[in-house]
Design a protein around this ligand. Structure first.
Ligand SMILES: *[C@@H]1O[C@H](CO)[C@@H](O)[C@H](O)[C@H]1NC(C)=O
Length: 492
C-alpha cells in the first residue's frame, strides 16, 4: 500500500491534481465574485442613469450617450485638466447628444464652482446642460503619500476601488480614462463590457525606470557585491518588471488609445504592445503668434525656469564659444546678446542664478549676457518680440512647450537635439526647416551663428514657417479633430 502511494508517478499525479484543483477553485471563486458585482451593478443600472439624466435638460426624442471621464483630480487646474476641458468642450460642440460624466474626487467643489474655475483659468466655456459631476468619496485610496512603500502597486490597487465606486454611481456608455489609471480597464471591461478609451500623458512606469534599476543591479552583481542592497535591488527589479507586465496587460483592455507625444507613444507601445495615436494637447500659441515677424535685433533669448535640468550652463558655454569664434559679435554693429529670462521662485533658484552670473564673468561674456529675472508679462513680451533666436538646452525634455512658444513668437529655435524638440517640434514643415538642433557646445555655437546671421529674407521665411508649423500642429482645432476622430467610432 505504502509502495503504491509513495512511488514517483502517484506523487506527480497527486501534485498535478492538487494544482489543477486549486486553479479551478480560484477561477470559480473569481468568477462568482465578478458575477456578484456585475449583477449588483446591473440591478441599479437604469435607476442610476435616470438619476444622472434628471439633473440636466434634454428633450424626450434625444437619446443621450453618456461619456464617462475618469479624472479624480478634475479641479486641479493643471495641464492635464486643460486637455480634459478642451476635449469636453469640443465634444459638446460636435456631439450635442453626448452627456459628459466627470468622475471626480473634488467633493468640496460644486458644479458651478468647477465650471467657473474652468472659465477663469482656461477661458473654456462648458455647457452646463451636457455635463454632470459624479463625486467619489474614496479618492484618498490613490493618493501617493498613502503608500510609502510599493507606491505604484498601492495606488493601482486603490484605483480599482475608486473605479468600482465610479461604476457603482453610474455606468457610462463609454469609459474615458484621462489620468492614466490603466488598472481600472480590466475592471470596467469585466463588470460592464462597455467601450474603453484612454488618453495617456505619461506612462505609469517607464522603460527608463526599468532600465535604471536593471543597470544598478548589474553593476552591483558585476562587482560581486552580494550585500543587502544588491538583494534589495534585485527585488525591486522583479517588482518593476512584474508591474510593467501587469500594466501592459491592463492596457490591452482599452479599445482606443491616444497619447500626448512621440515620447509617450514610444513608451506606451513598448509596454502595452499595441498601437497608439498621437493627439498633441493644444498649446496656447495665441498669446505669442500675434507678434510681427519683421527683421529682429541680435538677441538670443532663453526662456526657462532656473532648474538644473534646463542646463543654463550649457547656454553660457555655447554662447562663450560663439563669441570666441566671432570676436566681432562682442561689440559694435554685430553685437550679439544672450538674454536669460526666468523667474526666481526660491533660494535654490537664487543660488543657481548667482552661480550663473559668476560663470558669465569667468567666461568673459558678462558684457553680452543679460539676466531678466521675474519680468512681468509685458516685459517678457517685449523681449520675445525683439529677439531673433530662441535657445533651449535641456536634454531629453519630453515635450518642450518653451520651444513651441519661441516658434509661435517668431524666433528661430536652436534647441537640444533630443526628446520633444527632436521628435515633435523642430521638425520640417512643408518640406522646409523650422529651426536648428544641436547637442554639444560646438554645434550650439555654430547654429546660433547661422541663425543670428540669417538675412532678413531668410529669417522671415524660416520664422514664418516655424510659426505656421506650431500653430497648425499644436492648435486646439487639430486637437479637437484628433480626439473626435478617435472617439467617433464609439460615440455614433
Ligand atoms: C505629456 O504629458 C506629460 C505629463 O503631464 C508632460 O510632461 C508632457 O509635456 C506632455 N506632452 C505634451 C506634448 O504636452
Amino acid at each position: 500500500m505504502a509502495d503504491l502511494l509513495f512511488n514517483p508517478i502517484t506523487l506527480t499525479f497527486l501534485l498535478v491534481l492538487f494544482i489543477s484543483a486549486t486553479f479551478t477553485f480560484t477561477t470559480i471563486i473569481l468568477w462568482l465574485v465578478i458575477a456578484y458585482f456585475k449583477s449588483n451593478l446591473r440591478a441599479t443600472y437604469f435607476e442610476h442613469r435616470d438619476r444622472i439624466l434628471s439633473t440636466i435638460e434634454y428633450t424626450e426624442n434625444e437619446v443621450p450617450v453618456l461619456l464617462g471621464f475618469f479624472h479624480p483630480y478634475c479641479n486641479a487646474g493643471g495641464g492635464g485638466e486643460r486637455v480634459l476641458w478642451t476635449a469636453i468642450r469640443d465634444i459638446q460642440r460636435f456631439f450635442p447628444y453626448v452627456v459628459s460624466v466627470v468622475y471626480t474626487g473634488d467633493t468640496d467643489a460644486s458644479k458651478e464652482q468647477i465650471l467657473a474655475k474652468i472659465k477663469s483659468n482656461f477661458d473654456i466655456g462648458i455647457n452646463p446642460n451636457r455635463i454632470v459631476f459624479v463625486y467619489l468619496q474614496k479618492r484618498y485610496l490613490v493618493e501617493d503619500d498613502r503608500y510609502p512603500r510599493l507606491t505604484l502597486l498601492g495606488q493601482s490597487i486603490g484605483s480599482l476601488f475608486l473605479g468600482y465606486e465610479a461604476l457603482n454611481n453610474v455606468i457610462p456608455d463609454v469609459y474615458f480614462d484621462t489620468m492614466g489609471y490603466a488598472f481600472t480597464y480590466p475592471l470596467v471591461y469585466l463588470l460592464t463590457g462597455i467601450k474603453i478609451a484612454a488618453y495617456v500623458h505619461y506612462p505609469t512606469i517607464s522603460s527608463d525606470m526599468l532600465q535604471k534599476v536593471q543597470d544598478q543591479t548589474s553593476v552591483l552583481l558585476k562587482r560581486g557585491v552580494y550585500t543587502k542592497s544588491t538583494i534589495w535591488n534585485m527585488g525591486k527589479q522583479v517588482y518593476y518588471r512584474s508591474f510593467a507586465k501587469i500594466y501592459g496587460y491592463c492596457g490591452n483592455f482599452a479599445d482606443i488609445v491616444m497619447v500626448n507625444s512621440t515620447w509617450t507613444k514610444g513608451h506606451i507601445e513598448n509596454l502595452w504592445r499595441r498601437d497608439a495615436d498621437i493627439v498633441y494637447p493644444p498649446c496656447d500659441t495665441e498669446r505669442f503668434s500675434e507678434l510681427p515677424i519683421v527683421e529682429r535685433e541680435r538677441f538670443i533669448a532663453s526662456l526657462a525656469q532656473f532648474r538644473p535640468e534646463k542646463d543654463h550652463m550649457l547656454q553660457l558655454q555655447s554662447f562663450a564659444k560663439l563669441l570666441e569664434n566671432n570676436p566681432d559679435f562682442r561689440e559694435g554693429e554685430k553685437k550679439t546678446c544672450l538674454v536669460l529670462i526666468g523667474s526666481s521662485r526660491n533660494e535654490g533658484d537664487e543660488n543657481r542664478i548667482q552661480s550663473l552670473r559668476l560663470a558669465a564673468k569667468e567666461l568673459d561674456i558678462e558684457e553680452n549676457v543679460i539676466f531678466e529675472i521675474n519680468a512681468p508679462f509685458p516685459k517678457l513680451l517685449e523681449w520675445v518680440s525683439r529677439a531673433k533666436v530662441g535657445l533651449h538646452t535641456m536634454w531629453n525634455e519630453h515635450f518642450g512647450i518653451g520651444v513651441v512658444e519661441y516658434m509661435a513668437a517668431g524666433m528661430i529655435p536652436v534647441a537640444h537635439k533630443s526628446g520633444g524638440p527632436l521628435m515633435d517640434i523642430v521638425t520640417e514643415y512643408d518640406n522646409q526647416p523650422t529651426g536648428f538642433l544641436a547637442d554639444n557646445v560646438d554645434e550650439f555655437a555654430a547654429h546660433m551663428k547661422t541663425a543670428i546671421d540669417l538675412s532678413p529674407e531668410e529669417y522671415i521665411a524660416m520664422a514664418s514657417n516655424a510659426r505656421a508649423s506650431v500653430c497648425d500642429k499644436f492648435s486646439e482645432l487639430v486637437f479637437g479633430d484628433g480626439i473626435l476622430r478617435s472617439l467617433r467610432r464609439s460615440l455614433t
